[in-house]
Design a protein. Structure first.
Length: 151
């Protein structure tokens, strides 16, 4: 008989009191995507995390962040409604395919729905077949679009 240890899993929405956790979350996301992660000041993080239209969900195992997502609530101009735009979602490679990413999106959708927001959307590069498969598995329907970037 093998005894497995109890692993505490938790997903939390970070707020203005969670500056250090936010730094850890943003570093985790940047690490997964292998992108630059500039140091963010306390005042900036406090303002960002205080915004009701900003979502930062952190997934932790035994207190260590292993993944998370960031999203923004966008008010519409064609209806008196809002939608949630998922900006980043990432899970450390050693924790992928364990339902963490799925739970992050589900929790965001549940909480957004409780706030009266019924639509969430996320862009994905056509070359990123892993992301495309993940979003389809969650019930997402692809919408053809071309994104233009201005620098």
């Amino acid at each position: 008989m093998t005894l497995s240890r109890y692993v505490k899993r938790m997903i939390e929405r970070l707020n203005a009191d969670d500056i250090h956790r936010a730094r850890e979350l943003f570093a985790t996301i940047a690490g997964v995507f292998e992108t630059e992660n500039a140091p963010l000041g306390d005042a900036y993080l406090k303002r960002l995390l205080s915004r009701g239209d900003f979502w930062a969900l952190a997934a932790s195992i035994d207190g260590r962040i292993v993944g998370g997502l960031t999203a923004f609530t966008l008010p519409l101009t064609r209806l008196e409604e809002s939608e949630v735009f998922i900006y980043d979602i990432a899970v450390l490679p050693g924790h992928q395919r364990q339902g963490i990413g799925r739970r992050l999106v589900e929790l965001l959708r549940e909480r957004a729905s409780a706030a009266g927001i019924e639509v969430a959307w996320v862009p994905a590069d056509n070359e990123d077949t892993h992301a495309l498969d993940f979003y389809k598995a969650l019930g997402g329907e692809p919408s053809p679009a071309t994104v233009f970037t201005f620098t």
